[in-house]
Design a protein around this ligand. Structure first.
Ligand code: FPP
Length: 267
């Protein structure tokens, strides 16, 4: 007996194209994540599986990022945050770090006109003091050029670490309190000292490549985020994969500590 296609089950294997089309039609525009965060993992493995250099995987990763940014903006997602380079990624071989910095620079330069075209506002979180001056220059240019855009906010996490961000915020808050510039000690006050003070908390986090870790990404902000770990390397994460992920998000019930009954009764 031939099984009918099922967006999340065995039918995927039998009818991949039918499944993708079925998923695309199922997306509810009013239930998209307001803020989507992505850990773009698996570039190195994508390359190694093809006997290519790791940097080729990163180059393909940039192409995947361009596709996903375009589609998120087209779908009407308000905030998209991409983990592009972690505070710990500086420990990689020097040649890979240099190549990644050059790729980032190239990506931001090439993406700026597209951001202008799509009304996307660029944003960066992380320790910019660690970045090479030429990268900081293109970051500043992109921030300035896109600052008046009113569409999707695209945030790149660069030299970003969640623990480092929390320690920095604690220091800044303590200094402000000691100087009489702030009062109180609650969560809302603390969140104002994070890099993400202007962003809502992510509703949905995707980490590609099948790895199931947070890896020091947005530790404070992910407290109630829905997590999804598709078994596909980042360079292969395309529009269809994104639609499938968004459909998974739409099937989740977000309870924020309440019971399912309370959520369903709107209490
Ligand atoms: C993970 O692959 C990816 C990174 C370390 C970050 C770099 C990301 C890109 C170049 C994608 C492009 C993004 C932008 C926005 C410029 P990995 O090297 O950890 O893969 P592996 O775990 O398979 O080795």
């Amino acid at each position: 007996m031939v099984k009918s296609p099922n967006p999340c089950g065995e039918g995927d294997f039998l009818f991949p194209e039918l499944t993708i089309r079925a998923v695309m039609h199922k997306l509810k525009r009013d239930k998209l994540p307001h803020h989507l965060a992505i850990i773009m993992d698996g570039n190195g493995r994508w390359a190694q599986e093809r006997l290519l250099r790791r940097i080729v995987g990163h180059q393909k990763g940039v192409e995947a990022a361009t596709r996903v940014v375009d589609e998120c903006s087209r779908q009407g997602i308000a905030f998209l945050t991409l983990f592009a380079f972690s505070a710990e990624n500086w420990l990689r071989p020097k040649t890979e770090v240099q190549a990644l910095m050059q790729l980032l620079k190239k990506y931001i330069k090439a993406e700026t006109p597209r951001m202008m075209q799509n009304n996307v506002r660029f944003n960066v979180i992380g320790n910019r003091d660690d970045l090479p001056p030429d990268v900081n220059l293109v970051v500043d240019e992109a921030l300035a050029r896109t600052s008046a855009n009113t569409g999707m906010v695209l945030t790149l996490a660069l030299s970003y670490g969640g623990r480092q961000e929390i320690v920095r915020a604690a220091r800044l808050m303590a200094a402000d309190i000691a100087a009489g510039k702030a009062t109180g000690d609650d969560e809302a006050l603390f969140a104002r000292y994070l890099y993400t003070s202007d962003l809502p908390e992510p509703d949905f986090l995707i980490r590609t490549s099948g790895e199931m870790r947070i890896s020091n990404f947005l530790l404070w902000q992910l407290a109630y985020t829905e997590l999804y770990f598709p078994d596909v390397n980042w360079p292969d994460f395309d529009k269809e994969q994104l639609h499938k992920a968004l459909e998974v998000y739409q099937s989740r019930e977000r309870r924020f500590g309440r019971t399912s009954g309370q959520v369903q009764n709107g209490k």
